[in-house]
Design a binder for this molecule. Structure first.
Ligand code: NAD
Length: 269
């Protein structure tokens, strides 16, 4: 029997970290070889299975990513921007596939990923679900078909723990709309309206964020015209969709040449 590839999960105690660990076990196509958490975390030195309320797995949570990545074929990383930049350099050194789900990234972080991708495979997406990646393609098409008479608004809702806004997915959708229109999102994006903002500028792409309760993730792309509106919507009810997408991406990445990829590459869109 061929050996299953070693996968490492960073941010192992997080909402997505725990979901990734369960999904790797359920996939039967990879094995969890290490679980990484930040220094000082309660789970360091304890068995990950027991920390998650189940049976012991023999994988002890570590705060040493260098050692954890040494034997890894892939690193699944849904943590924080600064941590993901550090992991990108270490994963590249280990020639491991780095699957990055972390959002709230700035251009300075993206530059570091591009440098790491010269030596290893990086697969990054603001959203790893099949449905949202379909929505991205549809948004591009509808934006191409409808001109500036239709105002584009991206409306998103997430749980109250989320720390960044707009969501990574909302930005993916905004980019798709801008691409469809043939404009730059950076120049056309309209964020954080409050007070006397003046009338809406034609051609702008607006963003609104709702935060509350346990909402997993909801995204609407609204094309608002005179007398009619077209609304494209995705509703996530289970984080497992992101974890399944990330595991699929890691497996896909094992045979690729170094470079930066996204979920559209993995899904063959
Ligand atoms: P969370 O706060 O529950 O988990 C983050 C984990 O990362 C925590 O356990 C934290 O201790 C750990 N961490 C932070 N710095 C670290 C470091 N230096 N070393 C090791 N571990 C570190 O958050 P979450 O809801 O799991 O989301 C995590 C990220 O994934 C966010 O950026 C979120 O927006 C993003 N996300 C992306 C997708 C997607 O499909 N791309 C889906 C869901 C969430």
């Amino acid at each position: 029997m061929t050996e299953l590839p070693n996968f490492v999960v960073t941010g192992a105690s997080g909402r997505m970290g725990q979901m990734l660990i369960r999904t790797i076990a359920e996939s039967g196509r990879a094995r969890l070889s290490a679980a990484v958490e930040r220094q000082g975390h309660d789970w360091i030195g304890r068995d990950i299975g027991e920390c998650m309320g189940g049976a012991a797995t023999g994988v002890i949570v570590t705060d040493d990513p260098l050692e954890a990545f040494a034997t890894a074929r892939a690193v699944l990383d849904f943590t924080a921007p600064k941590a993901s930049v550090e992991f990108a350099a270490l994963a590249a050194q280990a020639r491991a596939v780095h699957v990055i789900g972390t959002t709230g990234l700035e251009p300075e972080h993206l530059e570091k990923f591009a440098a790491a991708a010269r030596h290893a495979v990086i697969i990054r997406a603001g959203n790893f679900s099949l449905g949202v990646n379909l929505l991205v393609q549809m948004t591009k098409r509808v934006a191409q078909a409808l001109d500036e008479e239709f105002d584009i608004e991206v409306i998103e809702a997430h749980h109250h723990h989320k720390v960044d806004a707009p969501s990574g997915t909302a930005l993916m959708l905004g980019e798709a709309a801008a691409e469809g229109r043939g404009v730059s999102l950076r120049q056309m994006s309209d964020r954080g309206r409050d007070g006397i903002t003046g009338a809406r500028q034609p051609g702008h792409i607006g963003f609104s964020a709702i935060r509350g309760g346990d909402i997993v993730g909801e995204h609407d792309v609204m094309f608002a015209g005179q007398g009619e509106r077209v609304i494209l919507r995705h509703v996530a009810t289970d984080r497992a969709i992101f974890a399944r997408g990330a595991v699929k991406a890691a497996l896909w990445g094992l045979d690729r040449a170094p470079g930066e990829y996204d979920m559209a590459d993995v899904l063959g869109f």
